[in-house]
Unconditional design. Structure first.
Length: 263
């Protein structure tokens, strides 16, 4: 199933199953489950209030091939801002908890731009594709095409604090919604993994994503740029930040991630 098909299925029922093709180790790919719960939260909010901030806590693995329940609650809807709570569970176990803040545009004299200029990446066709290594590369990467431009692939002992490149869906969606952005941004491995010299498990503990609005135009098949930086890593945890731009170099989103590293 494509991400569009998963979204459509999730909109028609509270319970759905993530196929094995979206697996990431023993769990389902975090971006797809976050995108599904976000889409559920977004549909409870009044029109004209785009998502400003999303926070996701990955409590436990969402097992692929097993039914999961997606629920959401509108916590508050004020004059211009809305807050929602979303949850994914399997059986009696809570797997994902998310909150999202939505807000309509306001009049303001404060305007800041250009804080994160787009990187000077090689063109996507000149950048290194993610190698498909059986038993190492997660199955979900068949749905998302990524090309390395900065840093190195995981488990190569690279000492660079930055990692990134280009990304887009393998099968072009009808449009790029904020839910699509949620799934795409989380597709990149944690920026600490290239520092490891051999394969070791790692998982996202918490993740926050701010989508900037008015959101720059993004075509369905357009390549997006992603650049992550490791801020600190020690005692089995890593803290990273990332920026996302469209192909024109316009800033689209900001991401922060706390990762557990077992190696």
């Amino acid at each position: 199933m494509t991400f569009d098909e998963l979204l459509e299925t999730g909109r028609g029922a509270n319970e759905l199953v993530i196929p094995e093709s979206w697996a990431q180790g023993r769990a389902s790919f975090g971006g797809v489950v976050a995108g599904l719960v976000f889409d559920r939260m977004q549909r409870q909010v009044a029109p004209g209030r785009p998502m400003r901030a999303l926070q996701v806590s990955f409590v436990g693995p969402v097992v692929p091939g097993k039914p999961m329940t997606v629920t959401s609650e509108l916590l508050r809807e004020g004059k211009s801002a809305s807050q929602t709570l979303g949850r994914i569970s399997q059986g009696d176990a809570t797997c994902v908890v998310a909150t999202a803040n939505f807000g309509a545009d306001r009049e303001s004299v404060v305007q800041v731009s250009g804080r994160y200029p787009a990187p000077d990446f090689k063109a996507p066709e000149d950048s290194q594709p993610i190698p498909q290594v059986p038993g190492v590369t997660p199955p979900f990467t068949q749905h998302i095409e990524a090309r390395w431009a900065v840093g190195s692939v995981p488990f190569t002992g690279c000492d660079s604090l930055q990692m990134g490149g280009w990304m887009r869906f393998t099968e072009t969606p009808e449009s790029i919604s904020d839910a699509h952005l949620v799934a795409l941004v989380d597709a990149w491995p944690p920026a600490v993994l290239p520092m490891l010299r051999k394969p070791a498990p790692a998982s996202t503990l918490s993740w926050s994503l701010d989508v900037l609005h008015p959101r720059p135009e993004i075509q369905p098949g357009e390549w997006l740029m992603y650049l992550a930086t490791v801020d600190q890593a020690e005692a089995g945890y890593g803290h990273t930040q990332a920026q996302i731009w469209n192909k024109k170099g316009e800033l689209v989103a900001l991401s922060r991630q706390t990762v557990t590293v077992f190696g």
